[in-house]
Design a protein around this ligand. Structure first.
Ligand code: GLU
Length: 288
């Protein structure tokens, strides 16, 4: 790794084709383009279509068209997660070989019943932490039929013991650092799902595996993924992968003060384009 090109920063824009791109995605793509240009870095595109229950090929076509319309160019071809299931299976096997995963058979209803108390702790996405002890009898493989579907979960207690340096307390954010060290605090995610019957890897696992395989060195993404970064750093440590540096940009909020959603047609790039908005105006809107 001594030649000049291997030291060039590598950035990526990684949309999920579960809907049409909106202004928030445009901002993220422009931010990656800006950082890549400023650092002489490479700019990659990754289609995060791992969740086959929610991603659609027509959204992939639409997003490629939207990015071309915005005159954003990425190295070709883009990586599509749906073409790399074997990579995620290999990472899962490595975690399993270290005893860091377990099968969880409890149904959604059983989990909901076990986590119904108002004060049950939740992860940063609002999902109740998995009550492993309360559901231990249900999750005992000895009581299960081998054909039953299960989710593969991360054993966070074991992970914490293996990567103690990551389990820091929250620190004040550095004042002016553009790329930041995110306090990991991965325990706030509990025993997250890493894979399920319907999809071979969770977003968290796939993103970490892909960033490493693609040599991504600088991750520029929205503030909404700030807490996910702690979990990603833990997975990188457990899998022995290099740690990229992170920059989380501000989010564009809708008139209601909430982050933009893919279902809100009004801010989709297609709708704006149909209304006669130009790519140059989108660049301005995304930055203002
Ligand atoms: N695919 C994720 C999303 O569209 C972004 C992943 C990332 O940037 O790490 O929200």
């Amino acid at each position: 790794m001594t030649n000049q090109s291997s030291r060039r920063p590598v950035l990526r824009f990684a949309p999920s084709p579960t809907g049409h791109l909106h202004l928030g995605h445009a901002l993220s793509a422009f931010e990656n383009e800006r950082w890549a240009a400023a650092s002489g870095g490479r700019l990659l595109l990754r289609i995060e279509d791992i969740d086959v229950t929610r991603c659609r090929p027509d959204f992939v076509e639409a997003l490629l068209e939207d990015l071309a319309w915005l005159d954003l160019s990425f190295e070709r071809p883009p990586r599509r997660q749906s073409e790399h299931f074997a990579d995620y299976a290999q990472a899962l096997d490595r975690l399993a070989a270290r005893g860091l995963t377990y099968r969880s058979y409890a149904s959604r209803a059983e989990i909901a019943a076990a986590t119904a108390k108002a004060d049950h702790p939740r992860d940063p996405d609002g999902t109740p932490l998995y009550p492993r002890a309360a559901l231990a009898a249900l999750d005992d493989p000895a009581t299960r039929n081998a054909a039953e579907p299960f989710a593969l979960r991360l054993d966070m207690a074991k992970a914490a013991a293996l990567a103690p340096a990551l389990f820091w307390r929250e620190q004040a954010a550095p004042q002016r650092a553009e790329f930041e060290t995110v306090p990991a605090m991965p325990e706030r995610w509990g025993d997250v799902v890493l894979a399920r019957k319907e999809f071979p890897a969770s977003y968290h696992l796939a993103v970490v595996v892909d960033d490493a395989l693609q040599g991504v060195s600088h991750i520029v993404r929205g503030r909404d993924l700030y807490h996910a970064t702690g979990l990603h750093r833990l997975l990188q440590t457990l899998l022995g992968l290099p740690e990229p540096t992170y920059h989380h940009h501000a989010l564009i909020l809708g008139a209601d003060g909430e982050k933009l959603s893919k279902s809100a047609r009004s801010t989709s790039l297609r709708a704006l384009r149909a209304d006669g908005v130009t790519p140059a105006q989108i660049r301005q809107m995304a930055r203002s």
